[in-house]
Design a binder for this molecule. Sequence first.
Ligand code: M6R
Length: 369
Amino acid sequence: WDIHAAEKNGFPHFMLKEIFEQPESIKNCINSRVTDNNITLEIENINDETLKSFSKIYIVACGTAMHAGLVGKYIIEKLARIPVTVEIASEFRYKNPILKKNNLVIVISQSGETADSLASLELAKKNKIFTLAIVNVVGSSIARLADSVIYTWAGPEISVASTKAFSVQMAALYMLALKLCKLKNTVEYDISKYCKALKQVPYVAENMLKLNDKILDIAKLFYKSQNMFFIGRGIDYYLALESSLKLKEISYIHSEAYAAGELKHGSIALIENNTPVVAIATQENLYAKTISNAKEALARGAKLFLICNEENKIDKSLTNIIIKIPKTLDIFTPFYAIIPMQLFAYHVANLRGCNVDEPRNLAKSVTVE
Ligand code: M6R
């Protein structure tokens, strides 16, 4: 990492620069580890037999890294059919978790120095569980302690709000899922279909960044709001959690994320005239369901911002605030849907005059409890 990587290169903020670096970071993360038709990811200190024998995986992390872990859980369970539990590190370390010999503990951390994640790793090691770290900072404490490391190679992330680290953490988890899936022979499709789609991610992400001006216009419609809700189902729910975190940490707008079907179990009571609701609906099999939840919010006066696929036909009465992502295999949509959400949070915060790169009360790396 050289000094230029730590400069803004003409961008007004590190956050914006890092959002725009995502295609390059993903390329760096996947290039030597996946080809157009095969997964070549190496995981040191463990052989394939042991790797495929894990009966349960714990993913432990904090904040954005934990949200990447949730996406990873979805993908690993779908492709490799291994049960995955995602744990908040500050909870995991004190809950006396049931760790068994054939479990794998994955700790995800951009900085590799987060105190709770490090303590969780130490706990797993004490229980003699194989530990794998997904880390960005080379030689960091977590990287040094774990039995094996997948470095994400995103380059330095300066902005407190994590953006490119999220995308590469997802990329690392997708590669791991593909490797496990190949070893266990669990998918009906030829694995090359997924490898090809993963190799395409940096190029499609590049196109998503071209929506920056449009997203600025959308941010202008919402930046004065006091509350915001993000909804989604399945993998989109995890993106909603990350989008909501991004918005609240830099814009100080109160924001919550819900699994869309949960809205009517309580939170819909908070929706009144002009309450912004961002619906992420990128999964074909769940699209109609999420739209139906969005309609429930609309009926209570919500102002709807919709993220969906380019192929979805949208009823004009629903909303005209729409971002469409290109058609891809359903499991790859998080790489594309997260970009408008990061840009949205960035522009909203900027329009409100917030200190985007250094939000109040937050540190880049939480090295104390
Ligand atoms: O360095 P880490 O990935 O371990 O950090 C974890 C969280 O502190 C971090 O993701 C935090 O939530 C960010 N501010 C989110 O943008």
